[in-house]
Design a protein around this ligand. Structure first.
Ligand code: ADP
Ligand code: MG
Length: 561
């Protein structure tokens, strides 16, 4: 038995604590959601470990989460009989910053971006939200499988230090007791706690129980020893669609994605056959802040269940990177329960499930584009640039993804990205077989490019691209609908016979001038030509077919390439 000790939080934990307690003041109540979600994770982990080690369940096989309160002691307690933590695990999990996500969160939050309550749950800083309402938090925990004498008591006022001591605990699992701050009495009301559970945690798959309250006012002081389940406590995705309301779907989304906002849309499907599985996939309405920062290692959005047992967060195994904004659940019937991440990556069945997920998500986005333009616009604003990565990376779905993209255009409304490639093709003149675009650092630069003059004069539409990802995407997206995509600075302009004649004459007339310019510019240019590209400007730089667009070449130079 290790002796009692006092330790300091890692410096970063202290920072996280500070940020969390100061940014959550308007959403205090989410501490309950976060603690219940941890309790539920702990039950998930035990259920999974118990497959290989059934003895861990001992004689306490019914996993549940209990929420109780004590008016006199001014405490709220969340208890689970899940996996529990050893002394070392407590130190590692709640005394230090374990996840890289938390670290990034911290960097982002302490930078210019203001701490945003909406983001906090996504970054695994959930436990610390307890200190928003409590001035002291006590945790009792005993790891499943460990003897009663190996319990641990952890306690902290969230100010920089915590204490640890051994404790004799009769039951496995974790108890988190909050000693409420003086003005947080509202959380000492049973009805209030219950309404929060209904709002935020109804779809936790384990029973959340609360002490049964006496109907009679006089009995309120009587000891509470009867419990009742207060949540739906079922795996939502296993129910028939007809029995699930939109509210149920939204509620489940919020607890799954730790999001305060509604999901934009979802797709719920059951595949039966040689391989059976269920998918419930959501499109969020707002991007998490690190989406464009890569967001690769913080991909917690998609949970893999096997026969209703949570196995792991498997977004990376189940969805391509360009769909990393999707949240949801995949429940497979036929995967081996002892599957490891390594095995999963080589699993053939998983390829099929992954293919099905991609198809479902693209179907869902297509449906929005077709039937719900407002929602599609919201989606595109949030995730359009992420989707463009797919047009480059996913050769199998390139055409489908390209159809979903929207661009600004010389025929469009300013900088708004609303023109689809199909719109463009629909407006093409007879005989035009090229989709013209220009790329630049900003919309203004694209729209003001001198390269556009000849196109304007001939009334040929040009797509105006100015997102960082565009040039890279266009490296792979070279044709669509049988038409070639081409930069306005490249290739031959579409000239009619009269134009050709005029250009030939001009070339003839300018011959001495061209020679002079070539001599002057020497190696710095490949050629000097008379062009039909310009109507107002006297000259411009043009590109050979395989040259990089100028601003892209500049980006590469800036990146030191
Ligand atoms: P996250 O849940 O995103 O990992 P939290 O701050 O909510 O981040 O919790 C930190 C860690 O503490 C968890 O990952 C888990 O390892 C541990 N933990 C918290 N609560 C419990 C619990 N009730 N039972 C077991 N472990 C827990
Ligand atoms: Mg948590």
């Amino acid at each position: 038995n290790a002796p009692p000790e006092t330790r300091r939080f890692e410096a970063e934990v202290a920072q996280v604590l500070h940020l969390v307690t100061h940014s959550l003041y308007s959403h205090k109540e989410i501490f309950l959601r976060e603690l219940v979600s941890n309790a539920s994770d702990a039950c998930d982990k035990l259920r999974f470990e118990a497959i290989a080690h059934p003895e861990l369940m001992a004689d306490d096989g019914e996993l549940h989460i209990d929420v109780s309160w004590d008016k006199d002691a001014r405490t709220v307690t969340v208890r689970d009989n899940g996996i529990g933590m050893s002394r070392d695990e407590i130190v590692a999990n709640i005394g230090s910053i374990a996840s890289s996500g938390t670290r990034r969160f911290l960097e982002a939050m302490s930078g210019e971006q203001k701490a945003d309550a909406r983001l906090i749950g996504q970054f695994g800083v959930g436990f610390y939200s307890a200190f928003v309402v409590a001035d002291r938090v006590t945790v009792f925990s005993r790891r499943a499988g460990a003897p009663a004498g190996e319990g641990v008591k952890w306690e902290s006022d969230g100010k920089g230090e915590y204490t640890l001591e051994s404790a004799e605990l009769a039951e496995r699992g974790t108890t988190v007791m909050l000693h409420l701050k003086p003005d947080e009495d509202t959380f000492l009301e049973g009805w209030h706690l219950r309404s929060l559970i209904n709002r935020y945690s109804d779809h936790v798959a384990f029973p959340i129980r609360m002490p049964k309250e006496a109907a009679d006012e006089d009995d309120k002081a009587a000891p509470r020893n009867e419990w009742e389940t207060v949540n739906a406590a079922s795996a939502l995705w296993t129910k028939p669609k007809a029995e699930i309301s939109d509210e149920d779907y939204q509620g489940f989304y919020k607890s799954l994605g730790h999001d305060f906002n509604d999901a934009l849309a979802w797709s719920h499907n059951r595949v039966e056959g040689s391989q059976s599985f269920t998918t419930l996939l959501y499109l969020p309405s707002r991007p998490p802040f690190d989406l464009m920062m890569g967001g690769r290692d913080e991909r917690k959005g998609l949970k893999l269940y096997i026969k209703r047992v949570f196995v792991m967060d498997a977004a990376e195994e189940l969805l391509p990177n360009y769909l990393r904004f999707v949240r949801g659940v995949v429940d497979a019937d036929d995967l081996p329960l002892n599957v490891s991440r390594e095995l999963l990556q080589q699993n053939r069945q998983l390829d099929r499930i992954k293919g099905a997920c991609v198809k479902r998500v693209l179907d869902l986005i297509e449906k929005l584009a077709r039937d719900e333009p407002d929602k599609f616009a919201t989606f595109y604003k949030a995730f359009g640039n992420t989707l463009k990565e797919g047009a480059a990376e996913d050769a199998n779905n390139r055409e489908r993804i390209a159809r979903l993209l929207r661009f600004a255009s010389t025929n469009g409304e300013g900088a708004a990205q609303t023109v689809s490639l199909d719109d463009y093709i629909g407006r093409m003149a007879v005989g035009q077989d090229t989709i013209w675009y220009v790329t630049a650092d900003s919309h203004a630069a694209a729209a003001g490019s001198p390269q556009l003059e000849a196109f304007k004069a001939k009334d040929i539409e040009v797509l105006l691209m100015s997102d960082r990802i565009d040039e890279w995407m266009l490296g792979s997206l070279r044709e669509y609908g049988g038409k070639t995509l081409q930069h306005v600075a490249k290739g031959e302009l579409p000239l009619d016979a009269a134009d050709k004649q005029k250009q030939d004459e001009a070339t003839q007339a300018a011959k001495p001038l061209l020679q002079k310019l070539k001599d002057l510019l020497g190696d710095r240019v490949a050629d000097v030509r008379v062009s039909a590209r310009l109507t107002d400007s006297p000259s411009c730089l043009a590109l050979a077919d395989y040259d990089m667009a100028p601003h892209f070449a500049r980006l590469l130079r800036e990146a030191g390439q």
